[in-house]
Design a protein around this ligand. Structure first.
Ligand code: XMP
Length: 511
């Protein structure tokens, strides 16, 4: 299988580069810059992309690659930091840009030399997205200048004889006009990719590989009802049928009808489907718990316990399957980020269950690819297109005490919000939206009487990676309709507010 390697120098758009490459039907993997040269070479890449990164190449401890990589005869595209790194390694010079010259941020009008393969067939000028404070003061020998802006003469360089290309801007972001076409040119014109990587092929290959690996063994999977575990389950169901047991634990903080929907989605397959109704158990355990981290920890622990008990009934299994996806496994070249919340995924189970090996059939896929695979497998759209839902569920959207009554109240209000958003088509545009039951009570008037009820918050965000997010500008009329319906149809709520904070400084969830 033809493969492109993306060497990660810690830039913020690295996963986006990989998604762009894969959207051209070329398989690629992201590797940290610390990966050994021998390992990289063993992957036999047809092309290499150096990503951007927050460092300056001239600093002593800046990330580097072994220059031997330039002798392999494999084409390389350097983006931003990657471009400067290549320039410096091949004899050029990179210096801090002066205030008045070549430091550039944001949208920049750029002029391209369309005789260069990277820009072949594209307009001679367009907006590119810049974000650099260093400048190539000397271009390495053998390289030509192939793009410039008004402020900077050295926006792109190329040594076409060796297949080396460098751009100061970010072709992978949407703000760069024709950026995806430049990536496509690199893949097809420079690396001569064939581009046959499709999800249908992936599905068939994955099924064959799973059958070979599992043989006659038993597989256990904790199904959360989220996209990842559902698609992993469907793939395994297709591959090994009744050898698969899916355990779906309903902790009582699922959305309205969620359990039924998950069960219905898996009805077409002949697998062992275990639905555990553990609501009472979780409610008892969580009684009196109000602190968000305590809720998360307790739910995580209790989940493991329920799952463990259920799996003991099944007996020893050979494989534990998990819906881990690529963004979870990519090792960044930039070190670890601070932990803001202890995320509970059904992934953290292995220590407690008796099994021989873990299988992660989605390990190499991005979220949109996982959804595509789900469609290939025939999963219904309501599952495939499901927005992210945290492991602890509505428990971290109920501020303060957790009771069945409060969970039912939120479930109903949340369902109304989601129904109206979908009806208005906002579900296609937004990344995530949900309701939060606060512990603030306020005075209202309904009919002729005074009420003293709860405040419900609505949250809707747009984001590409869930690391940062913007609050969504949804129409006032839609908010009005949702507000009226919830207050009329859900008892115990008399006031609705809309959350207009971005992340940062807020997070997407309230707890
Ligand atoms: P925050 O609130 O940290 O959320 O901005 C970012 C994204 O992660 C989801 N989230 C979780 N997902 N287990 C999960 O699988 C969790 O414990 C968890 N907590 C938050 C959240 O819904 C958002 O999409």
């Amino acid at each position: 299988m033809e493969k492109v390697l993306i060497i990660d120098f810690g830039g913020q758009y690295n996963q986006l580069i990989a998604r762009r490459v894969r959207s051209c039907h070329v398989y690629c993997e992201v590797k940290p810059y610390t990966t050994s040269l021998a390992q990289l070479r063993a992957m036999e890449p047809i092309g290499i992309i150096f990503t951007g990164g927050p460092n300056s190449v001239y600093l002593e401890d800046a990330p580097h690659v072994d220059p031997e990589i330039f002798t392999w005869g494999v084409p390389i595209l350097g983006i931003c930091y990657g471009c400067q790194l290549m320039a410096q390694a091949l004899g050029g010079q990179v210096v801090p840009a002066q205030e008045d010259s070549a430091r550039e941020y944001g949208k920049t009008l750029t002029y391209y030399d369309t005789s260069c393969k990277l820009f072949r067939g594209l307009p001679g000028q367009g907006v590119s997205w810049m974000s650099h404070s260093d400048y190539m003061s000397k271009v390495p020998e053998g390289f030509a200048l192939t793009a410039r802006s008004d402020a900077c003469p050295n926006v792109a360089i190329a040594d076409e004889s060796r297949g080396f290309y460098g751009v100061q801007y970010h072709p992978e972001v949407n703000h760069t006009e024709h950026g995806i076409d430049m990536i496509r040119n690199f893949l097809f014109e420079v690396c001569h990719a064939k581009g046959g990587w499709t999800m249908g092929d992936y599905k068939n290959t994955a099924i064959a590989q799973l059958r070979e690996k599992i043989g006659g063994g038993k597989v256990l999977l904790a199904l959360s009802g989220g996209v990842d575990s559902s698609v992993a389950a469907a793939l395994l169901a297709e591959a090994v049928g009744r050898q698969l047991t899916c355990v779906f634990v309903d902790h009582g903080f699922m959305r309205l009808h969620e359990g039924d929907e998950v069960e219905r989605a898996f009805a077409p397959w002949d697998i062992n489907f275990v639905r555990m109704d553990a609501e009472d158990r979780f409610l008892t355990r969580l009684a009196g718990v109000e602190e968000p981290e305590d809720k998360r920890k307790l739910i995580g622990e209790e989940f493991i316990r329920v799952f463990e008990e259920e799996s003991k009934k099944i007996g020893a299994v050979d494989f534990l399957a998990q819906g881990t996806i690529y963004p979870d496994v990519i090792e960044s070249g930039a070190g670890d980020a601070a932990v803001i919340k202890s995320h509970h995924n059904v992934g953290g189970l292995p220590d407690y269950v008796d099994f021989k090996e873990i299988i992660e059939p989605l390990r190499m896929l991005f979220k949109d690819e996982v959804r595509q695979l789900g469609r290939e497998l025939g999963l219904p759209e309501y599952l495939v297109n499901r927005q992210p839902f945290p492991g602890p569920g509505l428990a971290i959207r109920i501020i303060g005490a957790l009771t069945k009554e409060r969970a039912d109240t939120l479930r109903l209000a949340d369902a109304i919000f989601r129904e109206e958003m979908a009806r208005a088509g906002e579900d296609k545009r937004l990344s995530q939206y949900f309701a939060v039951l606060t512990n603030t009570r306020s005075v209202g008037v309904m009919g002729d009487g005074r009420t003293y009820d709860c405040t419900l918050a609505l949250r809707a965000v747009t984001t590409s990676d869930f690391m940062t997010a913007d609050w969504a500008r949804i129409p006032y009329d839609l908010l009005d309709k949702v507000s009226a319906r919830i207050v009329n149809e859900v008892s115990g709520i008399n006031r609705i507010v809309y959350d207009i904070t971005s992340k940062p400084p807020a997070t997407i969830e309230w707890e």
